[in-house]
Design a protein around this ligand. Sequence first.
Ligand SMILES: *Cc1c(COP(=O)(O)O)cnc(C)c1O
Length: 433
Amino acid sequence: MSTSRYRTRSNFLTPEVAFEIADTIGTPCYAYDLATLKKQAEAALAFPNAYGLTVRYAMKAAPNAAILKLFHSMGLHFDCSSIFEVQRAMAAGVPPAHCSLSSQELGEGFEKLVEQGVKINCCSLLQVEKFCAKCPAGKELGLRFNPGVGSGGTSKTNVGGPSSSFGIWHEYADKCSEMVKAAGCKVVRVHTHIGSGSDPAVWRRCTGMSIALCEKFPEVTVLNLGGGYKVARMRTDKGTNLQTDCAVVKDEFEQFSSKFGRKLHLEIEPGTFLSANSACLVASVHDIVQTGTDEGHTFIKLDAGMTDVLRPSLYGAQHPIVVVPRDASRASKRKSYVVCGHCCESGDLMTPAPGEPETLSERMLCEAVPGDVVVIEASGAYCSSMSTKNYNSFPEAPEVMIVDNKVHVIRKRQVVEDIWKNEVDLPAGVIAK
Ligand SMILES: *Cc1c(COP(=O)(O)O)cnc(C)c1O
């Protein structure tokens, strides 16, 4: 069998390791690659900058402690999107001062985190009001702005512009300034994040608008440009080259410095860029069904689905799919399939038309039979962390880290009883009455 034929796009999962995972740990199982995570982190740490850089991992992309510890050891800091993510990062050994919180919901008790050193970027006027009310005078805060433009791979991942609720609308900058001044607090960071999978041209325009917001806040020392750096999942995708596509950032910071005499420190918050192509989902063919010759299809039913990789069903996102046959003699046979998941939901689809989660499309794959392994690639970002976990009471899949072709479990498969362990019986007699 030619091994290279089934190598994943990210080139880390050999058929041998895929079968080892399937046969010893079982499917479905997420497999992360340490070398790819490291390589991406190194590329992010080399982001063009003029006066210093902090890379924050947007941990909502894939928050397993093994990944947090790896990035912490490499000097990355963390972007947390809820106070629970802050707690999770701290439980993995991340110092509070390395966490920044930009949240749609500024949860109860945030002021205690501020006391411990967590940095807060207020994302609405109410959040500014809460910060000023709960934190003592002199405390430093950041402001997340909606700069008025957005860009994302889909409307669901676009988080800037007038149709987006994320961040403080840029026209309220002066109002924020007054509120913060009245409370005796200090705005030291400006933050923008306009979307995941952004178009580099829009992203560059946003950089200019973000830096302009720093003019309004004389005490700002840090500009955080968020995440959203697009990666190539499919062969035809074009990913972001941070060195060339983002070189303009360095120039903008230098121009700002020569105009205003302030050397701003740059922060970026990649999630996708660090993790998307650093993992795949190892699943199995559970069944194969046909729906007639007229308008029918041949469906591969996986033992995984939206419970593990939701992005295709949610966005019509495209993930490379590789069938790894148990019998190598089938390796050269090709067949067109619709690949679907195991949930009782026709939208549980791995092969939607691009950007159209409602529309079936077929993929030319290696001919498959039940028991073959199927690898869903580019499943490192917003898959394990963003799925319809436990729907149909399927237990949460395990996670492994691959290091030099060795498989290390970093999360065990959920035991089924854990799914209902928080349920509480009604008092006796309530139902019988
Ligand atoms: C989600 C998010 C990110 C990361 O986005 P990616 O597209 O995964 O790079 C960064 N910053 C904030 C505030 C976010 O909400």
